[in-house]
Design a protein. Structure first.
Lengths: 331, 498
């Protein structure tokens, strides 16, 4: 590699060469390993049905994870994802129950998610409430609201063909997975090719410097949370279509999977570094672990333990691999 | 007296090397009990290294460091602890109080007095209040350090250094953040503690303070002690000459024909740092601003950029009086600003040279928020070429470049934004000699193209190499003006230290 000349210092840094993608290679290796192990121990794992299941589950995590990647790259965190999904789903279910036309109900849900996200963003960017605290408050409030308004019972509504179709497959693929893949493309584009996307990296990398360069740091921070809220609402629509009712308990703990996927995907919690591709692989890894463990029939409490161990191990392995590749890079 | 008191601290033939530079070269140094010694020298003369050797933060490569006639016993990080135990106290320019703790807790940081196993808060507070009273400080010891003004924090640190039983107190530019009345208190306290037999090393360049409280002065230059002499009877000009040395190669000074006035300040005040500053900056001109640490250099630039709001005065940009100062508005008026701290406020470390350049104006490398990779590449390579930035590729993360090349990128981003007025705060700090020369050339070229440049520097000797005109800031006012070719380092330094 001749990437660096005498002008560079001997620090190990991510490079956009082969070594720069060690993180992604490491994750692919982990996913392949998981496939081999689960394929051997649970016969149904490799079947088409299960693969479609994995995709559908991946969509639930993935759509929110694309937005979470931007949030974390900006140096923030959004832990309100689960209750945000549940609450917007419940509100949309109520709207449908009250015979609001489907497009309006869905638009209302999307608007609500965006507004709630914006609210968290304003708390962070304008009032300097740390994003962990702002979204922790939102997490609790939205969860409470969803349970209170529904009495923890599912909110059912009249069958709607269009909504049912959203829960179905298209050309053998779940619509939710297709939405996830399309949105993945959009987020790759936004994060790499737009002024906004690059500003997110700049703000997360050094907010002072970004401000002094004229970047509107406040706007960037509000926007990433607004987008996160919008993606939670889209996830809520997918969930609504799949379950056929609004459920306050749906998506409980989703924020855990989403943040785990982003972090496993190599995005730095300190901000400024991360990629959508990494998150995609992170989402796959988290989903495959979940699905494989269920299929293997492990006790559901033990599943959580195993999942926790695998997540930490994956990140550890990743750190080790990228460090090693950094050292091997000639100066 | 039964016997002559030995030196409190002594360096014997001490050498300290860093990669590529000898910071201290066979230095002999000693200070006696009760002596107040001023230490002077330019940046890089070896003052900090001398201090760090005394505090045990560094070990010498050759020679010995003695405290009270005995060498250090410990090495590595234990040495600092040993020095503290043997009565060494140091107050640095960077403040080291824990914001979330009270003044009293900070005073006894890590060595809190206890009473039957519990923290003795009352005793701690009484002793803290007592220590502060000696400095004329009347603060509630229960107040949080974070709620204090920078000056009060500095005073608390000094009070902390004076309590207990110190043998040698090192004060590193202690008055740079203080107002005149507080300086008086510091001077009184230093004299009082010295009268009690404690030695004080006082790093400062403010001659009036030095004359008020120091007995002797050590002038350092290029890693050696140029001279140690009594303060009384030594002229300021002689000290200046010892700080600068002789072999000064004078480059041809630039006298460009200044164009119209782009920026003018009248009566700008930002208490306690600035008092009634007037300034005119012309197109095509490089205007230097010189001043000691704490003279208000950075505050002046930040006020112009709208990062601070002056309490009085007017800022005019061309024919427009700036009514609502604000950073973004100043950028729109064609200003560009490179901050003093490149690492904290300048670079976005992991982004490439390209993105670090174009982020001042994304609109010029894309349409409707969508960036064009080829436009970014074109814009960046243009600037890389013009400023001779050495980077393997334009996508190389900026943090891997040398300091000089990072600085060129930070300047280059304002060329991308087509700024007409550049405010450069210490643009050559932490940059090697070769890169410094290149940066001077760049600045001259940019001025030659009609830009107006304000060049702030604490390195007196570089000003005459770049500037058409230099203003000296002292105690928040413009103390003097020097116009090329009559800019020379000795007169500038004499004006700075007063």
């Amino acid at each position: 590699m001749t990437a660096l000349t005498a002008t560079s210092s001997p620090r190990s840094l991510p490079r956009r060469s082969l070594a720069g993608h060690m993180n992604e290679f490491g994750l692919i290796a982990i996913i392949v390993f998981l496939y081999v192990v689960f394929g051997l121990v649970s016969p149904g794992f490799l079947g088409t049905n299960n693969q479609v299941n994995i995709l559908r589950d991946a969509a639930t995590i993935g759509i929110a994870a694309w937005a979470q990647t931007l949030v974390i790259v900006a140096g923030e965190i959004d832990i309100s994802v689960g209750p945000m999904v549940a609450f917007t789903a419940v509100v949309m279910a109520f709207l449908m129950k009250w015979h609001v036309p489907l497009p309006l109900a869905l638009l209302g849900g999307l608007g609500l998610g965006t507004m709630l996200g914006t609210f968290a963003g304003v708390l962070r960017a304008v009032f300097s409430v740390p994003s962990f605290v702002a979204t922790l408050g939102l997490w609790s409030a939205l969860r409470g609201l969803a349970l209170f308004t529904t009495n923890a019972l599912p909110v059912s509504f009249e069958d709607n063909e269009t909504l049912d179709a959203l829960g179905d497959n298209f050309l053998g693929l779940p619509i939710s997975a297709i939405v996830m893949i399309v949105l993945f493309g959009v987020f790759v584009f936004v994060s790499r090719k737009t002024a906004f996307g690059r500003s997110v990296y700049a703000v997360g990398g050094n907010a002072n410097a970004a401000h002094l360069c004229g970047i509107d740091v406040t706007r960037v921070r509000i926007l990433v949370f607004a987008i996160s809220g919008l993606m939670a609402a889209i996830t809520a629509i997918m969930l609504l279509a799949r379950l056929g009712s609004g459920n306050a308990g749906a998506a409980a703990g989703l924020e855990f999977d989403v943040i785990a996927a982003v972090v496993v995907g190599g995005t730095a919690l300190s901000g400024g570094r991360g990629s959508m591709l990494g998150t995609l692989l992170g989402v796959l890894a988290i989903t495959v672990i979940g699905d494989g463990l269920v299929l293997y029939g492990i006790n559901s409490f033990v599943q959580d333990v195993v999942r926790g161990v695998i997540i930490v191990a994956a990140v550890l392995l990743n750190v080790a691999v990228s460090r090693g590749s950094g050292r091997r890079t000639p100066n | 007296m039964t016997s002559l008191p030995g030196p409190v601290a002594e360096l014997r033939g001490v050498t300290r090397r860093y990669p590529g530079v000898v910071a201290l070269d066979a230095v002999d140094f000693m200070v006696k009990p009760g002596e107040v010694r001023a230490i002077l020298g330019k940046n890089g003369a070896g003052k900090s290294t001398l201090i760090r050797l005394l505090t045990g933060a560094e070990t010498p490569d050759g020679g010995e460091v003695h405290l009270d006639g005995e060498p250090f016993r410990e090495s590595g990080h234990k040495r600092v602890h040993e020095a503290a135990q043997r009565g060494l106290r140091a107050v640095y320019q960077e403040l080291s109080l824990v914001s979330s703790m009270s003044i009293a807790e900070n005073m006894f940081l890590g060595a809190w007095p206890t009473r039957s196993g519990m923290l003795d808060h009352r005793g701690m507070e009484e002793r803290a209040a007592q220590a502060m009273r000696r400095l004329g400080l009347h603060l509630d010891p229960r107040q949080l350090a974070g709620s204090l003004s920078p000056a009060a924090r500095q005073m608390v640190e000094i009070a902390r250094a004076f309590q207990g039983e110190p043998r040698l107190v090192i004060l590193d530019e202690p008055t740079s953040s203080l107002a005149a009345a507080e300086v008086d208190h510091v001077c009184e306290a230093v004299r009082a503690i010295a009268a009690g037999g404690v030695a004080v090393l006082y790093v400062s360049h403010r001659m009036n303070e030095i004359r008020r409280l120091a007995d002797t002065a050590t002038v350092m230059r290029d890693g050696r002690v140029a001279a140690t002499l009594p303060v009384a009877g030594t002229r300021t000009e002689d000290i200046v000459q010892m700080m600068l040395g002789h072999a000064e190669t004078v480059r041809p000074t630039h006298v460009s024909k200044p164009g119209r006035i782009l920026l003018s300040l009248r009566g700008i005040a930002l208490p306690p740092k600035l008092h009634a500053v007037d300034l005119d900056l012309h197109a095509g001109e490089v205007l230097g601003v010189a001043g000691l640490l704490g003279s208000g250099r950075t505050e002046l630039i930040e006020t112009i950029m709208g990062l601070r709001t002056p309490t009085a005065g007017a800022i005019r940009v061309e024919d427009e009086i700036v009514r609502k100062p604000g950073y973004k508005a100043m950028l729109r008026r064609g200003f560009g600003y490179t901050p003093e701290s490149r690492k904290e406020d300048g670079i976005i470390p992991l982004l490439g040279v390209d993105e670090n350049t174009v982020l001042t104006d994304f609109a010029r490398v894309g349409h409707g928020g969508v960036l064009s990779p080829s436009a970014i590449e074109r814009a960046t390579s243009g600037i890389v070429e013009r400023l001779h930035i050495k980077a393997a590729r334009t996508k190389t993360p900026i943090v891997t470049l040398s300091g000089g090349n990072q600085q060129k990128v930070v300047i280059g981003r304002w060329l991308h934004a087509r700024s007409r007025i550049l405010l450069l705060d210490e643009p050559t700090r932490g940059v090697d000699v070769e890169a410094k020369r290149q940066i001077y050339d760049i600045i001259r070229t940019l001025a030659g193209e009609g830009r107006a440049i304000l060049f702030v520097s604490s390195e007196i000797e570089e000003l005459h190499q770049v500037c058409d005109r230099v203003l000296v800031l002292r105690d928040g006012v413009i103390a003097s003006e020097h116009v090329a070719p009559a800019i020379d380092a000795e007169r500038l330094l004499a004006a700075c230290i007063g």
